[in-house]
Ligand binder design. Sequence first.
Ligand SMILES: [Zn+2]
Length: 265
Amino acid sequence: MNKKNGTMKKTIVTDGLYLYTFTDYTEKHANTVTVLVRNQAGADKQALIIDPSYPEFAEQLKTDLQTQGITPEVIVLSHYHPDHVTGCAVLSQSRIYVDEHYEYNYDNCRIWEPGYTYLRPTHLIRGGDSLSFGDDTLKFCYAPGHSRCSLITQINGKIIQVGDLLMLDVGRKNTLPYIADGGSIVEHIKSLKLIKELDPDAIIIPHGGLIDNKNRIQDLVDDRVYYLEQLLNSKGKLPLEKYLKNDISWYDNLEFHDTNMVYLL
Ligand SMILES: [Zn+2]
């Protein structure tokens, strides 16, 4: 059995902006892929894809796009981790954009999950760069913390894809922040505060989908900042409950706490 087999759900955010959410066989975790589609007069419709996730999911996405006559042209990666980038191999004709600090994780990925093909980007992004795609404009902010090469992508200013700075499980519980190899607690806090400064109308979370309620966005960010600041201030000596703004039953992936504490050493 293919471990990644699960369900595909497609939702429309705005005209030409779609989310494809793939839930894996555990039905606990999901990957949401962002797809922008543009119409070109006299040519095929083309798609820009943010975080194509795993190849098993990217295959389903590719098939769905093909049936609509849409060609994948551009891929943007929020960061270079296996669960966001390995789908690139299925969409290999596309241009691939990733943050300029990706190399460290390119090496890590081949150790963490060696069974996949890892494509190098065709274009590097620097924080502050913009990318035009038809009538849409993407603007990138460098937002490290979860990883060394994390980006926040503003889609026409109002909607932002936040990478793994925020995560929810399928049951909508808040996943604990995760500081991966090359990440940083201090940088993670700064990047979360940047989300608030950008004041988006909606956010897209690769593991969590669309949140289009401003109060909910602020609460999610504040909750994670609280945890990370408690972590820094306490030097990691308290029971887990003491780091959490809400009741412990509100959270998932509590095992991330042990990994995060390593970054205090
Ligand atoms: Zn991820």
